[in-house]
Design a protein around this ligand. Structure first.
Ligand code: ATP
Ligand code: MG
Length: 340
């Protein structure tokens, strides 16, 4: 098995990627990362930065698809005071924040044409202006860009500039989907399990053979992120020492054919746990937000979480007022369940 920084893998496909990471890290050229969702584009960008001469400088990510179009230019390039309504102060953008370091432009395919021009100029000349600014600024930042859309198709549709594509993509690194990485899924499943079990103080030794078969057969459309989320969920759900396909959410619940009060109670429990786990994951354990979503009081919610042993996923600051009289065990980071 090979581990490159935080990245795990042993398949030829991922080892080829590790080789490329080592090679491109030493240069200062832009890198284009492509791959399906969850294949590890951001962790790869971090690995490249961590192995570069800029490793002591900042790594600044910006998601071009997640910022409203009218704000993105100012987020990226900064603005001068009075540049637009609400620009009461001068602001430095992410590009300036990445000085001496690396700017990670996520979902670069979402950049508007006007910003594509501005980025291209920065890549060619190293210069730009803040929004509303006259002064030409120069910043020493390396650009790593990522996309999970087909930029060639975007070029054909005139949504992405060809010259920018070639400028960004001189060093191109494609992250293979997990289903093309052989036994890497199982390898990661073991390592993620160890971490999640340790973090939640549960004794879990491994997977049942059915769980392993199910993981082998699964096509992993959400790739490594899906695997990591399933394992973390499984650790919360597991009632035995071995994770079952059901813990991994692979089989739909077998519904008892006979109606009885017992099965009703069991079904109720199942649904409650499912909802609580989803709420923890969605709101990173924030009790107030979870309570609002589930339409119960914070104290009722906390009681339910305790009933299922899930209270340790609520960070102390958000649970304090609901928990004053309860002695609590060491709190596990909400990231154990929540980070996606
Ligand atoms: N080879 C790997 N080893 C260990 N963890 C990995 C590996 N690849 C990805 N991960 C983990 O999987 C998750 C998803 O990775 P990442 O965010 O880098 O993917 P992405 O390609 O940027 O996804 P998206 O396209 O959805 O933004 C992260 O938690 C990351 O740490
Ligand atoms: Mg990403």
């Amino acid at each position: 098995m090979e581990v490159l920084d935080e990245m795990i893998g042993a398949s030829p496909a991922i080892c080829a990627v590790f080789d490329l990471i080592r090679k491109v890290a030493t240069t200062d050229m832009p890198v284009l990362l492509t791959g399906e969702t969850g294949t590890g584009k951001e962790i790869t960008a971090q690995a490249i930065h961590a192995r570069s001469l800029r490793k002591d400088g900042p790594f600044i990510p910006i998601n071009c698809g997640a910022i409203p179009e009218n704000l993105l230019e100012s987020e990226l390039f900064g603005h001068e005071r009075g540049a637009f309504t609400g620009a009461v102060n001068q602001k430095r953008g992410k590009l300036e924040a990445a000085a001496e370091g690396t700017l990670f432009l996520d979902e670069v395919g979402d950049l508007l044409p006007s910003l594509q021009v501005k980025l291209l100029r920065f890549l060619q000349e190293g210069t730009f202006e803040r929004v509303g600014g006259q002064e030409t600024l120069r910043v020493d930042a390396r650009v790593i860009a990522a996309t999970n859309v087909d930029l060639k198709a975007a070029i054909d549709q005139n949504r992405f500039r060809e010259d920018l594509y070639y400028r960004l993509g001189v060093l191109h690194l494609h992250l293979p989907p997990l289903r093309e990485r052989g036994e890497d899924a199982l390898l990661m499943a073991m390592i993620f399990l160890k971490r999640a079990a340790a973090a939640s103080h549960k004794v879990i030794s491994g997977y049942t053979s059915e769980a392993i078969s199910a993981m082998r057969a699964h096509p992993w459309p959400g790739n490594v992120r899906e695997l990591s989320n399933r394992v973390r969920r499984a650790v919360v759900m597991a009632e035995r020492q071995e994770i079952t396909p059901h813990d991994l959410d692979f089989v739909s619940e077998e519904r008892p054919t006979r109606d009885s009060l017992d099965s009703l109670r069991a079904a109720h429990r199942r649904i409650e746990v499912e909802l609580l786990v989803r709420a923890i994951s969605l709101h990173h354990g924030n009790l107030t937000r979870m309570a609002r979503d589930l339409e119960v009081s914070r104290s009722t919610l906390y009681r339910k979480l305790r009933a299922y042993g899930l209270e340790k996923f609520v960070p102390p600051n958000t649970s304090s007022s609901a928990v004053t009289k309860t002695k609590r065990t060491r709190t596990t980071s909400p990231a154990v369940v929540g980070h996606a």
